[in-house]
Design a protein around this ligand. Sequence first.
Ligand SMILES: [Zn+2]
Length: 121
Amino acid sequence: MNESDRKILTNQLGECWHEWGYVRGSVKQEIFQCVKCGETCKGIVNCHQKNRTFDNPEDFFVLWNWVKKKDWWKDFLHAANECAMTNDIKEQGIAGKYYIINTKWFPEMILIFGKKKLGWK
Ligand SMILES: [Zn+2]
């Protein structure tokens, strides 16, 4: 999942994909502010880590809880079972519905479904 994909998912969640602009500070303590939502943070590395990566349990459950409430949740499950699996997933040989309970594959499949069926860009 590339940065553009992570940005699409983050925006779909209704969250800000932060874009940091330099505000002030010394080399040791630079302050950045998101040009979109106004949030501030210290240190550019720390700032970039504030955007979701969708490769960890926290992001998985945020996405899971959000998707479950969508009216397309059942369509997603059906599509995931039928044909939305990527070749990568098939190669992994993960059977049944359990492949969606996976920090890496679940966001990927939501993204594929969103792009194909919901017009996400
Ligand atoms: Zn922001």
